[in-house]
Structure formats: C-alpha cells, structure tokens
Design a protein around this ligand. Structure first.
Ligand SMILES: CC(C)(COP(=O)(O)OP(=O)(O)OC[C@H]1O[C@@H](n2cnc3c(N)ncnc32)[C@H](O)[C@@H]1OP(=O)(O)O)[C@@H](O)C(=O)NCCC(=O)NCCS
Length: 168
C-alpha cells in the first residue's frame, strides 16, 4: 500500500535521535555504519543541516540525512548519509528530506549539493539526479574516492555527484 508523506513528520534531529539514526543506518545493510557516538554527536551538533523523518503512528525514525556545509565551500551542502527504512521507501521521503534541508535558513547560501555515490547504488543515483531534474539544474559526476583509498577490501568506488546551481 502506498503511504503518503502526510503520515510522516520531518524535523531537525536532536541527540535523542542519535540512537535511532544509528539503528536505521545499521538496518539498511549497505551503508557504512559509523560508531553510535558519531550519530549522537551528529544529531546534536549538525542538526541544522541534518533531518529525521518520524512515522506519526509509531513515532519511529524511518528517515535520516546527515549533511553539513562544506568547510571550504560555504555554498555547498554535502550530504553524507541518506537512509530510509525499507518499509517506507519509494514514497518520496528521501527527496522530501533533501528539499526540506535546502529550504532551511542554514542553507540560505547553498547553491550546490554534493554527495558521493557508489556506482551500483541505483536508488541513490536516481535520488540525486532527480533533484537536478526537479530544479532543472546541472549535474556533474566525477571520480572521488576509489576502492584503493579504503583500508578494507571490497569497498566500492565513491563517485562525487555535484548538483546545481540552485535558484531558490
Ligand atoms: C536511497 C534511498 C535513501 C531512497 O529513499 P526513498 O525515500 O525510497 O527515495 P525517493 O522515494 O525519494 O526516490 C528518489 C528517486 O529514486 C528512485 N528510486 C527509489 N528507489 C528505487 C529503487 N529501488 N530502484 C530504482 N529507483 C529507485 C525513485 O523513483 C526516485 O527517482 P525519480 O525522482 O526519478 O522518480 C533508500 O533506497 C535507502 O535508504 N537505501 C539504502 C541506503 C542507501 O543506499 N542510501 C543512499 C546512499 S547515502
């Protein structure tokens, strides 16, 4: 059954959401799971450029984006991790999270979105290319982190997707 985005609450995370964000990322299975500490810290310190989605009926966190303003490019919102619980995928939640982040005052000066995407991750590629389409703006894909950059074997390349400029 298709669920509508009105059944979800989108808001800034706080440190109480850190544990849920960690659980959600762990549950996705294909994202690099960082320490639980890092999610608590992220939700506490980077909440202005991050977002959670809470299901209104269960109060469970089913969506999370960790983002930050690029330290060397104040016009660029870098999206680190995007996760939507499998029960809620395909309903536009990830797209809506990105749109809401871009609408925040913390992103007033943002003209570009950057994110790294592994070549095999079709939903992620479509998410960011869809953002370019919605804003009728440009996109560029370039090499960034290669498999050899990672200390462990089996990690895919991470391509850099750059979307923009945005006219907001
Ligand atoms: C990637 C992810 C966040 C997308 O979440 P979502 O809420 O389902 O995404 P949306 O509904 O906003 O869809 C975004 C686009 O991706 C497409 N898409 C979503 N799931 C897809 C799938 N399984 N296969 C192909 N395309 C898919 C949608 O059709 C949409 O494209 P469109 O705008 O051209 O129609 C979700 O699949 C997920 O959490 N995956 C596991 C973690 C992950 O890989 N995160 C991304 C890397 S950081």
């Amino acid at each position: 059954m298709q669920i509508t985005t009105t059944e979800f609450h989108f808001r800034k995370p706080n440190k109480e959401d850190g544990a849920s964000a960690w659980e959600l990322v762990k549950h996705t299975g294909n994202l690099d799971l960082n320490s639980s500490y890092s999610y608590l810290m992220w939700c506490e310190m980077f909440s202005d450029t991050s977002i959670v989605v809470v299901r209104k009926d269960t109060q469970k966190v089913v969506g999370f984006i960790s983002g930050f303003i690029h330290p060397e490019k104040p016009d660029t919102l870098f999206i680190w991790q995007v996760a939507v619980h499998e029960s809620a995928r395909g309903n536009g939640l990830a797209t809506k999270m990105l749109l809401q982040l871009l609408d925040r005052s913390a992103c007033n000066d943002v003209e570009f979105v950057e994110a790294t995407v592994s070549p095999s991750n079709t939903p992620s590629k479509r998410l960011f290319l869809g953002l370019a389409r919605k804003f009728e703006t440009n996109w560029k894909i370039s090499d960034y982190f290669t498999a050899e950059d990672f200390p462990e074997s089996g990690h895919e390349d991470e391509l850099l997707f750059k979307i923009g400029p945005f006219e907001k």
